[in-house]
Design a protein around this ligand. Structure first.
Ligand code: PRP
Length: 182
């Protein structure tokens, strides 16, 4: 399939992301100030940049683990299926857990993952998403902490891809399709 040309306009700068992460970490530190060792779970692949910056700013005793989920099916709630492609390496029963996601769109992925991890009886389970698109929500779910609420734009960068490209942009950009490549 021929690729449609596009340009990327900056939506959220690297500086704004860093400042927001500082704010969020102050809140997370308050929540988990009494924890022995927080398990920070990154959802692959999109969260890999966010989790790297988040844990370095967090300044708490942590362990890092990863989980990969993928959702299939059409957009109707009943037929949307979330599958676990890669599970956690460690057990989380009785542990304090923070799930880190890049973006909540329909909400199916994070809603499913939180349900799954809740069934494993962690002591405390919280979630954070850098971006939230509430206008796209299909299930009633909200992360405990949100970096930025955004409109229904096609976003890329800071871990988020467009057909597996542009994950390494240091900022969040908005895809704008053009007639000709530029
Ligand atoms: C994206 C994103 C979230 C999910 C959000 O993942 O990283 O995990 O979709 O969508 P939802 O709220 O509608 O479920 P994707 O499946 O594109 O995989 P990736 O993280 O590997 O890019």
């Amino acid at each position: 399939m021929a690729e449609r040309p596009y340009v990327i306009d900056e939506l959220i700068s690297a500086k704004a992301i860093a400042a927001r992460i500082e704010d969020l970490c102050r809140k997370i530190r308050r929540e988990f100030s009494d924890t022995d060792k927080l398990v920070v779970v990154g959802l692959l692949r999109g969260s890999f940049v966010f989790i790297a910056d988040l844990v370095r700013e967090l300044d708490l005793p942590i362990e890092v683990d990863f989980l990969e989920a993928s959702s299939y099916g059409d957009s109707t709630e009943s037929s949307r299926e979330v599958r676990i492609l890669k599970d956690l390496r460690g057990a989380i029963e009785g542990r304090d857990v923070l799930v880190v996601e890049d973006i909540v769109d329909t909400g199916h992925t994070l809603n499913h993952v939180i349900g799954l991890l809740t069934s494993r009886k962690p002591a405390r389970l919280k979630s954070i998403a850098l971006l939230d698109k509430p206008s796209r929500r299909e299930v009633d779910f909200r992360a405990d902490w949100i970096g930025f609420e955004i409109p229904d734009e096609f976003v890329v960068g800071y871990g988020i891809d467009f057909a597996q490209r542009n994950r390494n942009l240091p900022y969040i950009g908005k895809v704008r399709f053009t007639e000709r490549a530029s």
